[in-house]
Design a protein. Structure first.
Length: 664
């Protein structure tokens, strides 16, 4: 059968290596390595799942070439000792068995690390300039150490090839050691390794030459940040000069990325980042490099990837977070089953897991990072199951129960599914969450799940199904002001405005509460042309403090620069008039502010009264998502997965059929 995207699924060549298609798994930190830097069983299963999904090549995550100084995290993969070769060989053998090629990324953290990773030693860097994120004072690496490190990169490349890798990649991007030498912002040396671009290239070029020798005839890829987006840092114009020099030193391909730790929003982009925005940067470097170029970053749809290859912008497309959400992305694209691809929304749940020093995970795909766990068992045997609540947790629970062999009825009191996702998707720049809502709705509509919309299910409705179990995902209720809401100014809820359950009135809008919902609603209201006053009881200007780290930085920046939004902290609502509100500050002084409408964003409270009633009636009942504890989309989805695993385990008789794929 002809592939649906012929350019994407045509063979591609890197030096003498033929890849079966143009899709590459991008290297991503996983926190799954063994404590000694070897490949763990969890890592083996994680990469096997992506290789089996149909990528042409897997670029395995950053492997340290010089422990402990070069470590960027813990646990982290390493390739600085011959004793590690055998564990890597297990991985390359597994990847090859699934029809993909393998590549290992060679890495040194430089200044972007912590002393707890480097054995208590000060990190080394091009110059003694601390990264504003890591805040560790590095020392300037000496010329003798540079020469020694060049050889370590070369020996690491040789070990990688001995372990069976088909290619190696040098990590010269994102502000780590090699990227730090390239960057005028991080490299202020006064010797032959600093100053001019020629000097800043000296160490990276030496590494490329050493890796070229160590890799033999295998391809060498160099990953670089074509733009760092920091003052004085690498620019596209400089990258254009660098590209042919790197190729002349021995690079067979360039992997074009952007950003540093200080500009993580240009590295692991937030939800607001446009799809495929780096592709023009790859095209610019491809025009001068004379070798294949890999493009990466916020490429979510096969049409975008196909166009990048077809129009000559890039030779290969690297998929990162998209493969966390759906390892089968390539195979589904090849078959043309685009609607079945579980879409990455750039929510950065994965990043938050790593920042919390946990194993890599995905909000939408609970199997990511858990590939060694047994699959969900098919123990339903046609028994009835009720799910109440059609948000992300409820929809996923219904689909998983259906896959597990239950006869599922999903109740939703609204006239449509996924209102929680609508609230997430409605604020400016967050429309990718509609992708996930639409995906889940499509999966439900083609499943055997019985949908009952406009149904505020009670105990009798559920028990009438004679179910074996119920899953409650009814969400949470909006908190009100402690005092009575009086006065002519209409009072509503920010969450209801974002879901479309409530409309905006005329005049200025006062939003009470500066959490993520309040901040997002303020931006949404301001975009409609209304003036907004965002007020908070907290004396500190800590807006959206629980929002995802990368996204929050951009959100707060937009709020503070928006001329339609005024922010007042350390105040509370003292009274509501017919066209105004009275704010009382911490000194007890009152301030009158014009208002045509007031929206509350004071948080939400779990709603699990139905669960208590069902349990009292003797029905096994599981509470998930905001009904259990108000959280994020990923919390609800993971709750659903955990609940269904528990249900199916309890029915395992040792003969049950396994559900081998996570269809939701």
């Amino acid at each position: 059968m002809e592939p649906a995207f012929p350019h994407l699924f045509s063979p591609g060549r890197l030096r003498g290596l033929l890849l079966p298609n143009r899709l590459v798994m991008a290297p991503m930190e996983s926190n799954m390595a063994a404590e000694d830097g070897a490949v763990s069983d969890a890592m083996l299963a994680y990469y096997a799942a992506r290789a089996a999904g149909g990528v042409g090549m897997v670029i395995v995550e950053y492997a340290c070439v010089d422990r402990p100084l070069g470590l960027g995290g813990s646990p982290q993969l390493a390739i600085d000792d011959d004793s590690l070769i055998e564990s890597h060989r297990r991985l390359t053998t597994s990847i090859a068995a699934h029809g993909a090629r393998s590549c290992l990324q060679l890495f040194h953290a430089g200044r972007q690390t912590l002393r707890r990773f480097t054995g208590g030693q000060a990190p080394v860097a091009a110059s003694a300039i601390a990264c504003r994120v890591y805040r560790e004072d590095p020392r300037e690496i000496t010329a003798a150490e540079i020469e020694d490190l060049v050889e370590k990169f070369g020996r690491a490349a040789a070990r990688a090839i001995a372990a069976g890798y088909d290619a190696v990649e040098i990590h010269g991007a994102h502000g780590y050691l090699i990227g730090g030498f390239l960057s005028g912002a991080a490299n202020r040396r006064t010797d032959g390794y600093g100053g001019s671009l020629d000097n800043r290239l000296r160490f990276p070029l030496a590494v490329v030459s050493a890796v070229r020798r160590g890799a033999g005839e295998a391809p060498v890829i160099f990953r670089l940040s074509a733009e760092e987006f920091v003052e004085g840092g690498t620019t596209l114009e400089e990258a254009v000069e660098m590209a042919p020099r790197l190729v002349a030193a021995g690079a067979d391909a360039l992997h074009v990325s952007t950003g540093t730790a200080e500009r993580m929003d240009r590295n692991v982009d937030p939800v607001s980042a446009p799809q495929g925005w780096r592709i023009p940067l790859a095209k610019r470097l491809r025009a001068v490099a004379g070798v294949p170029v890999l493009t990466v970053g916020v490429i979510r749809q096969p049409e975008v990837a196909e166009r990048a290859v077809a129009d000559g912008s890039a030779d290969f497309v690297a998929l990162g977070r998209a493969l966390l959400a759906d390892p089968q992305w390539p195979e589904k694209a090849r078959r043309g089953a685009v609607a079945d691809i579980r879409p990455c929304t750039s929510c950065n749940w994965c990043v938050d897991q790593l920042l919390a020093h946990k194993r890599l995970g995905c909000a939408e795909n609970p199997r990511t990072g858990r590939e060694t766990e047994p699959p969900i068992l098919r123990t339903g045997d046609g028994r009835a199951a009720a799910v109440v609540g059609g948000g992300p947790g409820g929809m996923v629970a219904a689909l998983l129960l259906q896959d597990a062999g239950f006869r599922v009825t999903l109740f939703e009191k609204a006239d449509r599914l996924g209102l929680g996702l609508v609230a997430s998707a409605t604020p400016p720049g967050k429309d990718k969450f509609f992708w996930y809502r639409d995906y889940l709705v499509r999966q439900l509509e083609r499943s055997g799940v019985a949908l009952r919309l406009n149904s505020d299910a009670g105990v009798a409705d559920i028990l009438a199904l004679r179910p074996a179990l119920a899953v409650i995902a009814t969400g949470a209720t909006n908190r009100r002001l402690p005092a009575a809401e009086t006065g002519a100014v209409p009072v509503g809820f920010a969450h209801d405005v974002l879901t479309g359950a409530a409309t905006l009135g005329d005049g200025p809008v006062v939003i009470v509460g500066s959490g993520e919902t309040g901040c997002e609603c303020a931006e949404y209201v301001a975009e409609s042309g209304r003036d907004v006053l965002l007020v908070s009881r907290s004396p500190e200007r800590r807006l959206a403090r629980r929002a995802q780290y990368v996204y929050r930085r951009q959100l707060v920046g937009r709020l503070e620069s928006n001329p339609r939004i005024r922010i007042e902290t350390g105040v509370e609502i003292a009274a509501i008039g017919h066209d105004h509100v009275i704010l009382r500050d911490r000194e007890g002084k009152d301030h009158r502010r014009a208002a045509g409408q007031m929206l509350l964003a004071l948080g939400r409270t779990p709603d699990n009264g139905l669960a208590d009633a069902l349990r009292a009636a003797g029905l096994p009942t599981h509470v998930i998502g905001d009904s259990r504890e108000v959280g994020r989309i990923g919390d609800a989805v993971h709750d659903a997965y955990a609940a269904v695993r528990e249900v199916t385990r309890s029915g395992d008789d040792g003969q049950s059929e396994r559900v081998t794929a996570l269809s939701c």
